[in-house]
Ligand binder design. Sequence first.
Ligand code: SF4
Length: 101
Amino acid sequence: MAYVVTDNCVDCRFTKCVEVCPVQCFHVDERMVYIDPDGCIDCAGCVPECPVGAIDDEYNLPDDKRAWIEINRDRAAVLPRLTGGMEPLPGAQQRKAELGL
Ligand code: SF4
């Protein structure tokens, strides 16, 4: 099992999740973060840190989010590891509001 970042993270990238991850298994691009499923130890520590509810374990994902399992694996394999928090993207608060959060 692994935890998965989904589309709620797109254009937010708050990265509070990264700050609490004990194994530094997050990777990043210009729009969001991804979890390396081979590095994740399933501690669930990142889940309550995400202000937009973007992270869940793969077995809880609804059908319309399951594609994110493979996306996280593929993107984490080719993107740089993120070892600390970053400033949220400029539109993060607006996107959070659009998500009703
Ligand atoms: Fe890191 Fe734990 Fe979240 Fe996996 S579940 S990404 S190990 S904080």
